[in-house]
Ligand binder design. Sequence first.
Ligand code: NAD
Length: 275
Amino acid sequence: MIPTDAKFNGQVVIVTGASSGIGRACAIHLAGLGAKVVVNYSTNQEEGQKTLDTIKNSGGAGLLVQADVSKEDDVARLFARTIEVFGRLDVLVSNAGLQQDATFLEMTLAQWQKVIDVNLTGQFLCCRQAARQFVAQSKKNNDSSGSQPLSIGKIVLMSSVHDVIPWAGHVNYAASKGGIMMFMRSISQELAPYKIRVNSVSPGAIKTSINKEVWSDPEKYKGLLELIPYRRIGTPEDVAKAVAWLACDDSDYVNGETLYIDGGMTLYPEFADNG
Ligand code: NAD
């Protein structure tokens, strides 16, 4: 059972792309901290249901909603269903993302567009919908004067170390994550007066299906570990714990920040013994 004094008790959280990997871990972790979690999936209903079953089997509450985050109508429906069932929204974890890799010379417009549509436009659509909901419900409760001590809503965006590390062969992905950095900082600046907090997490190498091709190949895995000073690959739970901190009131004075969860990958490890 979830203790009644759990950190997110009574709060409603949407996690996009929660049918696998980091999104699934965030959904399960936040539900374990008392949140009612809307588990969004795009195409794989069975895997989305597994996330929800895990939540419910541990005594948590949740809801499964299909939506493609790159489609405006789908996003509107995701939020409308959330409000219909749970009556409010407190946290958005805007996690859904994908890669479509190609060398720059070979990259098609379709590959470029798909990654930008999901990773960047999808974040825009979800964040805008969440912010509108936070303001609307706050006005309804007459508490949007800015005088209340704590945030009226929290947004955590899933970025990547590739918002600062250039990545040849993945320019669509790196451009989308670099875009998230300025998008997040700009909306954070704009929404802070409403008492909405917006931050990002930037994972390094986390063991999920997105990079299976690297960690399942012993040679590539060895090469990967050399890029991580802490010498281990991250787990989805490593990221989920950081997301929970940014989404709760313990981080109430943190706004417009990017938290790197990367075992030191952004510390230029190639320079460690070559100064
Ligand atoms: P993953 O492939 O397991 O998860 C991605 C999720 O996004 C999947 O559940 C997928 O169904 C969902 N998704 C894709 N397109 C969607 C759409 N149009 N609408 C809704 N959902 C959609 O991989 P992951 O590693 O868990 O990735 C989650 C996030 O973490 C992504 O934004 C990714 O860029 C980011 N990230 C991952 C790593 C890593 O090393 N795994 C590192 C940095 C950042």
